[in-house]
Each structure stands twice: as C-alpha cells, then as structure tokens.
Design a protein around this ligand. Structure first.
Ligand SMILES: [Zn+2]
Ligand SMILES: [Zn+2]
Length: 311
C-alpha cells in the first residue's frame, strides 16, 4: 500500500509553514518532512521510555525483513542509539525462502545494514527447519501466514540468541496492533487479547518489544519517502490471511472517518489487560514437553506444527 499522494495545492506545515507532506488526521495537524521525521522519532523515543523497552547494557536484535516497517525501525533505533556506547544494535533477518519475494527484500536489508554499519545475522528456514517455506507449505497454502508466523518467530529468536541479544525488536506498527486487537475481539480470544502487551515474559524468552506500536503505517511510509528511502517492494505472496485482510480494510476506513480509532483500540486493550492481570496472577508458564521452550500448554506452537507437518 503506498501512502496518499501530496495534493497539488499543498497545505502548510502547522508548525513552520513549509509545504506539508502529510495530514495527521488524529491530531488535526499538517506536517512538513522535517517535522514529520522529528515527530515520529520523538514518539518512538517516548514509547521506548514509557514502556521501558530499552536501557543501558541492552543488546537489541532488530528483526529486519527489508520491508518498510522494519527498515524504518532500524533507521530510527540507529538514530536514537547508534552513538550510545552501552546499547548495541544487531539486525536479524529470517530468510523464509519465498521465491520472487524474499530475494528482493533480503537485498534491501543487506544494503541498509551496510550503509548504517550495523552487524547483521541471517537465519534461513532451510538451515533451521530443513526446507524453504515454499516447500513446507505445499498443499497448506491457506494456513501460510499462521505457519510462517510460528516458524519466523523461532528463526528470529535463534538469530537474537546468536547475537547475544537481551531484547528482540519487531516493526509492528499501530495498524498491525489495532488489527490484532480487533481480530482477537472478533474471535473471542481473551487470552490473546490481553497477552503480549509489551514484552513476553517467563522462562528463557528474550523479551519482545514493538517501538513502532503507536505509529501509523501511513506515517511510516511517508517517513521513508521524504528521506528518499522508499522502495516499492513486492508484498508477500502468501499475505492473504482472510480475516486480517478484511479487518485491515474495515479499520482503515473507520480510522479515516473517525481519526484516533486505532489509538483508542490500543488504549482499550491496555485497560482490559490491566484489569485482567490485577484479578488473576497471570498465565502459568510451563515448558513444552518436547523442546523445553516456555509455552502455555503441553506442547509449544512450533512442536505442534512439527507434528502436523510430519503427518
Ligand atoms: Zn514544519
Ligand atoms: Zn516445543
């Protein structure tokens, strides 16, 4: 999805009067490139501080697919922490082996880390699971996103462990997070709704952080465009997850007519989570009986998947 094109008779930036590049509907402001960039970096920095996502001594593994969200995430974290001596950044890429899609995004990821001088670790599905996603998915294309999600999470954790990371940062933006909230409500999945607010906990999990969780997809795209880093990369050919696609289209229409809807969904999730965990001591964490990874049932998602793939 490309960002909205700037109108011919461009309105002026609400802060400095220069030509605006974006209308930030939830604040009612128009912003020029400079103020958009500064504003986004400040909001990410505020999120990191208020959610205590990164601190001195941390090594942050940044999940870098090469797509726009993860590109923006690495750029912003590099700007915020690149010159800190006591915070290390390592980019981690999971190469699923999706032909016609992965080659280009992996190349884009490699160019970026080279330019920034950031250490880069790539973990391929072939190396980890013995086969590419394309092969693993034969005949199961309809479950592609959920299968890939489980495998990619594992690949990123392996990469983060190899990097010696203490945090794993992913590029989920406000649209992704608000869609997930709504999807969990629609599916009636309360545990999923209240979980993963902020960091995973327990066992040997490396806590996952989402510094872009309050930045809209449109803002991220414009952030890259005004810096000349926008690349029109192919979308994942498996990205057809029916419910998410419908929720995405519905939610962006509602957000357009009622600016701030996505942020309010996030606030609601937080409130429900706080109420829930103040009444119950939280999910009991147990270990998977096969691989020993922390999980909430008898078998972890990856081991369940391994069984069904081998069947
Ligand atoms: Zn301005
Ligand atoms: Zn397991």
């Amino acid at each position: 999805m490309s960002p909205e094109p700037v109108q011919r008779d461009t309105p002026a930036c609400s802060l400095c009067g220069e030509p605006a590049v974006i209308h930030q509907r939830h604040t009612g402001r128009y912003l020029c490139g400079t103020h958009l960039i500064a504003g986004i970096e400040q909001r990410v920095s505020d999120t990191i501080a208020s959610e205590q996502q990164v601190g001195p001594g941390d090594c942050v593994a940044v999940a870098l697919s090469g797509g726009k969200d993860s590109t923006a995430l690495l750029l912003i974290l590099h700007r915020l922490f690149g010159s800190h001596n006591d915070i290390r950044l390592v980019a981690v890429t999971a190469d699923e082996g999706i032909s016609g899609y992965r080659e280009e995004t992996v190349r884009s990821a490699e160019n970026l880390v080279k330019r920034l001088g950031v250490e880069h670790i790539t973990v391929s599905f072939g190396e980890l699971f013995g086969d590419s996603l394309d092969t693993l998915l034969k005949g199961r294309e309809t479950q592609a996103c959920s299968i890939c999600g489980i495998l990619r999470k594992k690949a990123l954790i392996v990469g983060a462990e190899r990097a010696g990371a203490t945090k794993l940062a992913t590029g989920h933006n406000l649209d992704d997070e608000a869609q997930s909230v709504l999807m969990n409500v629609l599916r009636g999945d309360l545990m999923r709704l209240v979980r993963n607010s902020g960091a995973d906990s327990g066992g040997r999990f490396i806590p996952r952080i989402k510094p872009l969780m309050y930045i809209q997809e449109k803002e991220i795209a414009t952030y890259l465009m005004v810096q000349g880093i926008w690349e029109d990369l192919p979308e994942c050919p498996y990205a057809l997850h029916a419910l998410r696609r419908e929720v995405r289209s519905m939610l962006s229409k509602i957000e357009y007519r009622h600016p701030g809807t996505m942020l309010r969904l996030m606030e609601n999730k937080k409130r429900v989570g706080t109420a829930f965990f103040s009444k119950s001591p939280g999910e009991p964490f147990v270990r998977c009986r096969e691989c020993g990874d922390p999980c909430s049932g008898d078998l972890c998602q990856l081991c369940q998947l391994r069984h069904s793939l081998l069947r």
